[in-house]
Design a protein around this ligand. Structure first.
Ligand SMILES: Nc1nc2c(c(=O)[nH]1)N[C@H]1C(S)=C(S)[C@@H](COP(=O)(O)O)O[C@H]1N2
Ligand SMILES: [Mo]
Length: 348
C-alpha cells in the first residue's frame, strides 16, 4: 500500500501533540507525571522540510575548512568509539510562545503559532565538538564553525545551516548520537546532531553531514534573515496542564510546572492563581540544572467555580525575571512574558 510521505516519522497522537505543518508541538499536559526528561515519544519536532532517512553505511561527517590543519571524514563507528559526554540539556525553538504575541498582546507575528510546547529536555550523549575540532587540528585563527544538515534544501536557501562562533563551539557543544539512552530517533537528527546548550534551537543542527571551520565570519540565511539576532534563550515557565483544563472545586490540587532559561539556573518561581493580583512562591522538586529546567509545584484548593487565569513567573541566576509583557518582535521570537493559562474550576 502506498502512503503519502509524512514530514515527521514518529506517531503524533492528538493527546501528545499539536501538529503545525511539518512541525509538532508538545502538549504540556503530556509532561504531567513524567520525570525530569521529556520522553522521546513526546519531544517536539521542528522541521524546515521533512525528516530524512539516512543510511548509516554511507553516512560520513566531513570536517574541513580553512580553519583546520587536517580535514577528514568520520564514520558513525569512528565517532561512537571516541570519548563521549552526557548532558541534560533543553532544546527550545526561538519561536516558542509566538502565539501569545497575538493572543495576549494583540500584535501577532507570522510563523508557526507555537504555544509553550516548542521545548524539551533530553539526556544527550555524544562527542564534544571541541574534541572533534582538536582531532582535525583546529587553528588559532578559526572564527566560525558551520554545521550543515542533510535534510532537503529549504525553499531557495539551500541546506539548513547556521554558523556558530568558535568560542561557543569549543565550549559546551555536543555532536550527539543518543537521546535519552537510545540512538537519536529519525525526527531528532539520526544519526548525529549538534546540541548547543542555552542557545536557540536552530543552532542545534539535525542530520549533520558537514562541518566547515572558517577563518572569516560566515553568513547564511539562518544568521542574516531567519533567527538573525537571537542566541541565548530567555526565561519562561509552563504549567503541566491542558489549555482550558477542568479542575474540580473544593478538592486540594497540586499544580505542577517547569521553568527554564538559556542564561543559567532558575532561582525563583512565583505563581498567581488570581490573574496577577497576588503571587505565591512555588516549591521545587527533582533536579535543578542550568540549561535544562526546574520542575516546581504549588498546592491549591479552589473554593469557587469559574474560569481562572493561572500565571507563573520565574527568575534566573542573572536576576532576570519574566515580565508581564514583551516588546513586539517582527519574527515573534523570544516571547518570555508571563503566560495567562486559562483553566475552569468545575463542580466535581
Ligand atoms: N538540519 C536541520 N536542523 C534543524 C532544523 C531543521 O529543520 N533542519 N530545525 C532547527 C530548529 S528551528 C529547531 S527548534 C530544532 C528542533 O529540534 P527537534 O526537532 O529535535 O525538537 O532543530 C533545529 N535543527
Ligand atoms: Mo526553531
Amino acid at each position: 500500500m502506498k502512503q503519502a510521505m509524512a514530514a515527521i516519522v514518529k506517531p503524533l497522537p492528538d493527546h501528545l501533540f499539536k501538529v503545525h505543518g511539518n512541525s509538532a508541538e508538545m502538549r504540556w499536559e503530556a509532561m504531567s507525571g513524567q520525570g525530569y526528561h521529556t520522553p522521546n515519544d513526546r519531544f517536539f519536532v521542528r522541521n524546515h522540510t521533512f525528516t530524512p532517512l539516512i543510511d548509516l553505511i554511507t553516512w560520513r561527517l566531513r570536517v574541513h575548512g580553512a580553519g583546520v590543519r587536517c580535514p577528514r571524514e568520520f564514520s558513525y563507528e569512528e565517532l561512537r568509539a571516541m570519548p563521549s559526554r552526557t548532558y541534560d540539556v533543553a532544546i527550545e525553538c526561538a519561536g516558542n510562545g509566538r502565539r501569545f504575541y497575538r493572543t495576549q498582546q494583540h500584535d501577532g507575528a507570522p510563523g508557526t503559532q507555537w504555544g509553550l510546547g516548542g521545548i524539551g529536555v533530553a539526556r544527550w550523549r555524544g562527542v564534544p565538538l571541541r574534541h572533534l575540532l582538536k582531532e582535525v587540528g583546529v587553528l588559532p585563527d578559526a572564527v566560525d564553525v558551520l554545521p550543515t544538515g542533510l535534510d532537503a534544501p529549504f525553499e531557495d536557501h539551500g541546506h539548513v545551516r547556521r554558523p556558530l562562533p568558535i568560542d561557543k563551539a569549543m565550549d559546551d557543544v555536543l555532536v550527539a548520537y543518543e537521546m535519552n539512552g537510545v540512538p537519536l530517533p529519525a525526527d531528532h537528527g539520526f544519526p548525529m546532531r549538534l546540541v548547543v546548550p542555552g542557545w536557540v534551537g536552530i543552532a542545534s543542527i539535525k542530520w549533520l553531514g558537514d562541518i566547515e571551520v572558517s577563518t572569516t565570519k560566515l553568513f547564511t540565511p539562518w544568521n542574516t534573515v531567519f533567527y538573525a539576532d537571537v542566541t541565548t534563550q530567555p526565561v519562561k515557565s509552563a504549567f503541566e496542564l491542558a489549555w482550558n483544563a477542568n479542575l474540580p472545586v473544593g478538592a486540594p490540587h497540586v499544580l505542577r510546572g517547569r521553568s527554564w532559561s538559556g542564561q543559567g539556573r532558575i532561582v525563583r518561581v512565583e505563581v498567581s492563581l488570581d490573574g496577577g493580583l497576588t503571587w505565591r512562591k512555588a516549591d521545587h522538586h527533582g533536579q535543578h540544572l542550568a540549561r535544562a529546567w526546574l520542575p516546581w509545584h504549588i498546592e491549591w484548593a479552589p473554593q469557587r467555580t469559574g474560569t481562572r487565569l493561572l500565571m507563573a513567573r520565574a527568575t534566573d541566576e542573572t536576576g532576570t525575571t519574566q515580565p508581564l509583557t514583551r516588546p513586539r518582535h517582527p519574527y515573534g521570537y523570544h516571547f518570555d512574558a508571563v503566560v495567562q493559562h486559562p483553566i475552569h474550576v468545575v463542580n466535581g
